[in-house]
Design a protein around this ligand. Structure first.
Ligand SMILES: *[C@@H]1O[C@H](CO)[C@@H](O)[C@H](O)[C@H]1NC(C)=O
Ligand SMILES: *[C@@H]1O[C@H](CO)[C@@H](O)[C@H](O)[C@H]1NC(C)=O
Ligand SMILES: *[C@@H]1O[C@H](CO)[C@@H](O)[C@H](O)[C@H]1NC(C)=O
Ligand SMILES: *[C@@H]1O[C@H](CO)[C@@H](O)[C@H](O)[C@H]1NC(C)=O
Ligand SMILES: *[C@@H]1O[C@H](CO)[C@@H](O)[C@H](O)[C@H]1NC(C)=O
Length: 423
């Protein structure tokens, strides 16, 4: 019938207009971050991938996150024996791993121990995007501080800065791991990120509950880093210490330093170079100090005696002496290479094409993760990760419109169906 056409055209026009306006309204708030549900009060060590926004002293970066400057240096394998290293000026745009404590707040893993004191000319957007390099959004700061009018910030106001982190039980595919919260940069691809952090696309997709390899600048990914786990008693103040391969941690009031890698993933602790006024680090009934090993060839193998660090309890360094018969005598302890305090940013190292990841990814199971089904990641509503491995759920960084992507995607889908139906 000829008079039906204009009618349909009108419907089509209005529907299209409607979809377009909804899409335009919701599209800007779709940065994703990985959410890990949690139910207990346990916390874990985690890392933030932070880009220094302007030239800052090590101690200034530390005070932005209210953490120990030495902790930042050791986490990045920067040599702390340089004179006055805490006042060393770090170059703008330097990428650092910031060690933080990841807690459970309102059923979700996050860090809430960071506070920021506002200065003149700060805006929520500059605090979020620049000072904290996109690890938090302006809306999240507004929400966490119940700010009704974000255009009015009093100078000197102290704001809680909620920061993203995940624990996933300190493991990835049953191996010890610490999680880095990584803000995707415009030049990034999932392949490059997997290559840079020696993981696989499949693993990144599983951990972050991703349905596709698409990532966008501003998304925040949880990147598992292989690590050395400690076995300290629960009542030790450094219970749960976990150190990623290639780096160091300082503990026991700067008395003990622990390192991880490169040869194996056994945590190795010894007296720190800064150690002053520390409790005894000598093992009982022995002349060995924390970190010392003696080896004696004996019939059939090597008798190895080790004095190891067992945690910091009530200001006391716990030591443990162990003896074992090993097939071969151990060689000298290997340490991760240290770097000098950086003074310039080497662009190539950040943006160079990363080496190929160990596995190509989408849809194929890596041999590393035989127990984690690829589909486990694709149910954002999954209340708890499967036991065999971590799996987060993706969520919008902004609390304003949690269904933004879903809404626009399903409306587009309806629109396409509608068009197909009438053609
Ligand atoms: C630790 O990192 C080093 C350097 O990146 C690498 O060569 C080594 O294979 C890693 N060790 C383990 C046990 O993963
Ligand atoms: C034990 O460790 C201390 C401090 O790390 C070191 O100075 C000393 O040489 C070590 N002794 C032995 C026997 O390895
Ligand atoms: C290994 O060495 C320890 C301490 O030196 C000693 O007490 C123990 O008897 C030795 N064990 C063997 C099997 O030689
Ligand atoms: C630590 O010290 C407190 C008070 O001195 C004591 O109650 C507690 O039992 C001590 N903890 C351990 C593990 O020794
Ligand atoms: C958590 O990790 C520990 C080892 O670190 C393991 O024994 C335990 O089964 C894990 N729990 C879950 C729920 O995966």
């Amino acid at each position: 019938m000829p008079n039906q056409k204009p009618f349909w055209n009108k419907i089509l026009f209005f529907f299209f207009f409607f979809v377009l306006s909804v899409y335009v309204n919701v599209a800007p708030v779709s940065s994703k971050s990985t959410i890990e549900p949690c139910s207990n009060s346990d916390s874990c060590n985690a890392l933030l991938g932070y880009t220094v926004y302007t030239e800052l002293k090590v101690s200034e970066v530390a005070s932005l996150f209210q953490i120990d400057p030495i902790g930042i240096l050791t986490a990045n394998a920067i040599d702390i024996s340089y004179p006055d290293v805490e006042n060393h000026i770090l170059p703008s745009q330097l990428f650092l791993k910031i060690p933080i404590t990841c807690s459970c707040v309102d059923g979700i893993r996050k860090s809430v121990s960071t506070h920021y004191k506002t200065r003149p000319s700060d805006t929520l957007a500059s605090i979020a995007d620049s000072i904290y390099s996109g690890l938090v959004s302006a809306d999240q700061i507004r929400e966490a501080n119940s700010i009704s009018d974000p255009t009015v910030l009093d100078v000197g106001q102290t704001l809680v800065v909620p920061l993203p982190c995940t624990c996933f039980n300190g493991t990835d595919n049953s191996l010890p791991a610490i999680y880095l919260s990584y803000v995707v940069q415009p030049v990034d691809s999932l392949t490059a990120i997997a290559g840079r952090y020696s993981t696989t696309i499949t693993d990144l997709m599983n951990v972050n509950a991703m349905g596709s390899t698409a990532i966008k600048a501003g998304d925040i990914l949880a990147v598992p880093l292989p690590a050395c786990a400690s076995n300290f008693p629960r009542y030790a103040s450094d219970f749960g210490l976990i150190v990623p391969n290639g780096s160091y941690a300082i503990t026991a009031s700067h008395c003990v330093q622990c390192s991880c890698g490169p040869g194996n993933l056994n945590l190795y602790c010894m007296p720190a170079s800064l150690a002053v006024s520390c409790s005894s680090m000598q093992c009982k009934n022995s002349n060995l100090m924390v970190g010392n090993t003696t080896a004696q060839k004996s019939g059939g193998g090597c008798n190895v005696t080790t004095c190891s660090y067992g945690g910091f309890v009530n200001g006391t360094i716990i030591t443990a002496l162990s003896t074992s018969l090993q097939p071969r005598c151990p060689g000298a302890q290997q340490f991760p290479p240290l770097i000098a305090p950086p003074s310039s940013v080497i662009r190539e190292s950040i943006y160079a094409p990363a080496p190929s990841p160990r596995s190509d990814g989408a849809g194929t199971l890596s041999p590393k993760s035989p127990l984690v089904p690829t589909t486990s990641g694709s149910h954002p509503g999954l209340p708890l990760p499967p036991e065999s491995g971590p799996s987060g759920s993706a969520s919008d960084a902004s609390p304003v419109n949690p269904l933004a992507t879903l809404t626009s995607a399903s409306l587009l889908f309806c629109f396409v169906k509608f068009i197909m139906a009438i053609l």
